[in-house]
Design a protein around this ligand. Structure first.
Ligand SMILES: Cc1ncc(C[n+]2csc(CCOP(=O)(O)OP(=O)(O)O)c2C)c(N)n1
Ligand code: SF4
Ligand SMILES: [Mg+2]
Length: 289
């Protein structure tokens, strides 16, 4: 556990953040909008793959959305799937190469709108793959339209007065739904709207990958990500807006661990405790690993 002392000048020379990028990230640059949450999530799981030393046997299966552009910048083998079909492609890859670490990279539009049945059946079958969902509550790439995960009242390109349950229906809480399926062994929902959440999300990726490598069943990590462009909010408002909209409905936390589904009340209580812990660490000088 490292606490960085900020009460005096550092004894080692400063390094640019970009020099700390994981080796599996081939470039320090990305094509995403300023304030996009997706690169933060991608970096976290790439660091976990490095830490687990499984890069040479990792195969990603990409869906179609803004995150598809990472196909060219992640140094792992990758298969491109059609819209929503990544879990089925991942099933085939894993069955042919059972020693591989196989994960999908999908968005809410791709996974929960266009390919909902694919991920549900894959989870129910207990396929030993990890599905990663970058959930920003909109079809970001196509201009910010409502998806099945947009929350009630959320303004999107085609719900200008906010999502109305009467007319548009209710959001699907996909992580909660998957946690109910017997084939799912580990299900978690993280976020990247502040440093503490990024650190928690990273642990979720690591636990999901470790569970897959132990052959325990289907694993799922959903990450709430900022999309200021698709939400039509100023870049700097993205993290707070995310917490106040998606974050209030899609509750962060480990939804299923060792086969046990955790209640929303449990997650709320844990979130309050974790936030207190993080605030105390920040007051002491920095977030501990
Ligand atoms: C068959 C088909 N339908 C729709 C589209 C347009 N399209 C491209 S990406 C995308 C979805 C992106 O949404 P999401 O998966 O949430 O990813 P995000 O861009 O928000 O990260 C859509 C609808 C398409 N290319 N082909
Ligand atoms: S549209 Fe949204 S998800 Fe896509 S790159 Fe921009 S901020 Fe990110
Ligand atoms: Mg999306």
């Amino acid at each position: 556990m490292t606490i960085i002392d900020t009460s005096s000048a550092p004894t080692v020379p400063a390094r640019k953040v970009e020099s700390l990028k994981p080796d599996l990230l081939l470039t320090q640059e990305h094509h995403m909008c300023p304030g996009c949450g997706e690169p933060l999530a991608v970096r976290q799981f790439l660091e976990c793959i490095e830490e687990l030393d499984v890069a040479a046997r990792t195969i990603a299966v990409a869906g179609i959305g803004c995150y598809t552009s990472f196909a060219g910048t992640m140094d792992v083998d990758l298969v491109q799937a059609l819209h929503g079909r990544a879990p089925s492609v991942a099933t085939g890859v894993k069955r042919m190469l059972p020693d591989s670490l196989v994960f999908t990279l999908q968005g809410d539009g791709d996974m929960v709108n266009e390919g909902l049945q694919e991920v549900l059946h894959t989870a129910a079958r207990g396929e030993k793959v990890t599905c990663i969902l970058l959930n920003n509550g909109v079809f970001g790439e196509t201009g910010g339209h409502m998806t099945a995960t947009s929350v009630i009242g959320q303004r999107t390109k085609n719900t200008l007065d906010g999502r109305d349950a009467e007319y548009h229906g209710y959001p699907i809480l996909i992580g909660d739904l998957i946690a109910q399926l017997q084939g799912a062994s580990y299900v978690a929902r993280g976020s990247v709207h502040n440093a503490g959440s990024v650190a928690r999300t990273r642990k979720m990726f690591k636990r999901a990958f470790e569970s897959q490598l132990r052959g325990e069943g289907f694993t799922f990590v959903e990450v709430l990500t900022m999309c200021p462009t698709g939400w039509f909010v100023p870049t700097a408002d993205g993290p707070d807006y995310m917490q106040e909209t998606l974050g209030e409905v899609h509750i962060m936390g480990e939804l299923k661990v060792d086969g046990r589904v955790r209640t929303t009340d449990e997650l709320h209580a844990e979130n309050v405790a974790k936030q207190r812990e993080i605030d105390e660490q920040l007051a002491r000088g920095g977030i501990e690993n």
